[in-house]
Design a protein around this ligand. Structure first.
Ligand SMILES: Cc1cc2nc3c(=O)[nH]c(=O)nc-3n(C[C@H](O)[C@H](O)[C@H](O)COP(=O)(O)OP(=O)(O)OC[C@H]3O[C@@H](n4cnc5c(N)ncnc54)[C@H](O)[C@@H]3O)c2cc1C
Length: 429
């Protein structure tokens, strides 16, 4: 038996990572009654364990408009969440080591410059002159001076706190198991059998969001992205920009305290993606790459490694915008291991869409419709019905199981063997 909770909401949000919390904050500030529901605790999943890169450099061009809007918002964090998130614009230096990657980097440089992103192109000699700690390996660099890094452990929870201060209700330790649309409202049932209802729903469930989209006949296959990061003992501060390597799945930054954080490769996650851990062989490979780019790092002790889980779409860019099946439903997920930067602007864009029906940011390439499966018209969901009344609308029959299998049930190498068409810019943070 289900017990309806006495909580009036204009908007329900599933998932209190940076995307959900930023959305809750923007909506609550504009007077909406928001209920934010989180399985664990706010900001402790991908949003709280990431590498901290705040990067427009090398973005897929479909994500560049929202990335540029987000970057401007990082300067406004004190007004939004009460402190600066330890964001520093140290720059992001993207490196290429072979002619194919140089060509990709040059294409990005030209296209992003046309879109107004400030970039500096550097040849090998210029790289050496500016960054004497770099090896001879990179032959081209593109510096984005406005990029930098921040502290993810503080930023996600701070968005959650600010959202509550603005009036949003945060309900933690509550997993949503089922959702449906009926009688003009979205309904959610939690594991403890509480139900929630509101005329608007935002799906910000991170690596698990494909399943929620499936409840509303828009399943998206998300592969778990399990970036593995490690950190050294502190060294004298020398490496100012965040480094990324074209196509190399390698990224590195130095904290002001001196520790070097770097990441490469993937860890391992349980099939439900709720637990993940670093792999020793990934650590070793990452250390080899780090030394290949910065020879001085040889023999520096590594003190810790960790992982987290994000969701990868098949084309490497996020899903952001309204549902195509259910007016009042909005999606913000599939950030492919680089959604930390985007968080603040995700909230602003979704709030604009909810409040005014349109956004000033170009999100044309990010719609969920690009994953619409070819299906017969008769397979469409019976809208407006509770699943108990009409099993046609149940997740089992509308494709959510496929989303499930494709998201958190696959082994990593199965996904790698899949037909993923990744963005050409690679997978660094
Ligand atoms: C190790 C690592 C390094 C990274 N480095 C960077 C970086 O340097 N720069 C960058 O830009 N990005 C980086 N990322 C990616 C970035 O962290 C994510 O893209 C971003 O945090 C996604 O935010 P989110 O709110 O969508 O997801 P999350 O933070 O994962 O939040 C989603 C929330 O939804 C909740 N949830 C899911 N299902 C349910 C349910 N059924 N009921 C209730 N709650 C539910 C989850 O518990 C979770 O808290 C990295 C990610 C990882 C893991």
């Amino acid at each position: 038996m289900t017990a309806r909770i006495a909580l009036k909401s204009d908007v329900l949000i599933v998932g209190a990572g940076i995307a959900g919390c930023a959305t809750a904050l923007q909506l609550a500030r504009r007077g909406k009654l928001v209920t934010l529901i989180e399985r664990d605790q706010a900001g402790i999943r991908a949003s709280g364990v990431n590498f901290g890169g705040v990067r427009q450099n090398g973005r897929d061009l479909r994500e560049l408009p929202i990335a540029m809007r987000a970057r401007a918002m990082w300067d406004e964090l004190p007004g939004l969440i009460g402190f600066d998130g330890e964001f520093r614009a140290t720059g992001n230096l993207r490196l290429a080591s072979d002619e194919e990657r140089v060509a990709q980097l040059d294409r990005f440089f030209t296209a992003a410059t046309e879109q107004g992103l400030g970039l500096v192109r550097l040849d090998r000699a210029e790289l050496k002159a500016r960054y004497p700690w770099l090896s001879d390996r990179p032959i081209r660099g593109v510096l984005c001076p406005s990029d930098g890094h921040a502290n993810p452990r503080l930023v996600g929870p701070a968005f959650a706190f600010a959202a509550q201060e603005a009036g949003a209700t945060l309900i933690e330790h509550t997993e949503i198991l089922e959702g449906w649309y009926a009688n003009g409202a979205f309904h959610l049932r939690a594991a403890d059998n509480r139900t929630f209802a509101a005329p608007m729903l935002v799906n910000c469930a991170g690596a698990w969001a494909g399943k929620i989209a499936g409840w509303f006949d828009e399943p998206v296959t998300l592969a778990p992205e399990i970036p593995q990061v490690q950190v050294t003992e502190p060294l004298p501060y020398r490496i100012e920009p965040v480094l990324g390597v074209m196509g190399g799945d390698f990224y590195l930054r130095q904290t002001f305290r001196g520790n070097i954080l770097f990441g490469s490769g993937q860890g391992r996650a349980t099939p439900d993606a709720l637990r993940s851990r670093p792999l020793p062989e990934t650590m070793r490979r990452g250390a080899e790459i780090a030394i290949a780019f910065i020879p001085h790092l040889a023999h520096v002790p590594i003190i810790r490694a960790w992982t987290g889980v994000d969701g990868d779409t098949s084309d490497g860019v996020c899903v952001l915008g309204p549902s195509e099946t259910h007016p009042g439903l909005f999606h913000a997920f599939g950030f492919n291991g680089h959604g930390f930067l985007l968080g603040p602007a995700v909230g602003a864009v979704i709030a604009e869409l909810i409040l005014g029906g349109k956004t000033s940011t170009d999100i044309a390439g990010l719609g969920i419709g690009r994953f619409r499966p070819a299906r017969k018209a008769s397979a469409a969901p019976a809208r407006g019905q509770h699943p108990d009344e009409e099993r046609d609308a149940s997740p089992e029959q509308n494709g959510a199981q496929n989303a499930d299998r494709g998201s958190i049930g696959m082994e990593r190498n199965e996904q790698a063997a899949g037909a993923h068409q990744r963005a050409e810019h690679g997978q660094d943070r």
